[in-house]
Design a protein around this ligand. Structure first.
Ligand SMILES: [Zn+2]
Length: 97
């Protein structure tokens, strides 16, 4: 499991800022907010424990996303690189990109 960064993304408005991990159990829509660096997460919806693989460039991902003025746009998917996120920032005219 790789965490996905959301910051006030739709459906997660109770989360001020942080990483969430989506449960990988088929048909489960559970998601948990693990401590940064936690090695596992247990989904409370289906009671399954999954290992977590944190991105090695987590700090860079957080930095690029934090520069976005609209919190709902601060999302990252495991298929996206830091360069991808920076290019999106540039395409939207965010200063410094
Ligand atoms: Zn689950």
């Amino acid at each position: 499991m790789t965490p996905v960064f959301y910051d006030n993304a739709p459906g997660y408005k109770q989360i001020d800022r942080g990483w969430i991990v989506l449960c990988a159990t088929p048909d489960c829509t559970g998601a948990e907010r693990p401590r940064i660096g936690a090695s596992t997460m247990t989904c409370v919806a289906c009671d399954t424990t999954w290992p977590i693989t944190w991105p090695v460039d987590r700090a860079d991902i957080e930095r690029v996303l934090a520069d976005r003025p609209v919190p709902a746009t601060r999302a990252w998917l495991p298929t996206e690189t830091v360069a991808d996120l920076a290019a999106e920032n540039a395409a939207h005219g965010i200063a410094g990109y």
